[in-house]
Design a protein around this ligand. Structure first.
Ligand code: FES
Length: 142
């Protein structure tokens, strides 16, 4: 049911961990399955290129694989190109996912966008016109 690439990224996830003093951190969750994904970005102030990207995911195997692939896809890209990394692009890079696991890739796209939104917020820029509305998990609530 899973492609070799999905299994590879599940068994050997790339870029696991956190970035201290990250330029942006995004945490999103899926209310239905309860899975949570957090992405850290290290962004070059001048070039706006994502130098490093790490993730932590509390979730299913597909969530781990999609987070891993999403970090690979955005690393080395400018923040503008990273915004174009959709869940479809993540799924294609993994040679597909079963239909009922599609939402796991949506979580990966949202986590990247949430981290970018956080970056814009830290720069004093309203992120909504750029990255849209993201249902971020509020760490200070409850
Ligand atoms: Fe929810 Fe995979 S089952 S993220």
């Amino acid at each position: 049911m899973y492609s070799e690439k999905v299994m590879d990224h599940f068994n050997n996830p790339r870029n696991v961990g956190e970035i201290e003093q990250a330029s942006g951190v995004g945490t999103v969750g899926n209310a239905k399955c309860g899975d949570i994904m957090r992405i850290y970005l290290d962004i070059d102030e001048e070039t706006k290129v994502i130098n490093d990207c790490k993730f932590k995911t509390f979730g299913c195997g597909a969530a781990v694989a999609t987070s891993s692939m999403a970090t690979e896809l955005v690393k080395g890209k400018s923040i503008y190109d990273a915004l174009k990394v959709t869940n479809k692009a993540v799924m294609e890079a993994l040679d597909g996912l079963p239909a009922h696991k599609m939402h796991c890739s949506v979580l990966a796209e949202q986590a990247v966008r949430a981290a970018l939104a956080d970056y814009y917020k830290r720069q004093g820029i309203d992120p909504e016109p750029i990255v849209g509305t993201i249902q971020e998990i509020d760490h200070n609530a409850g």
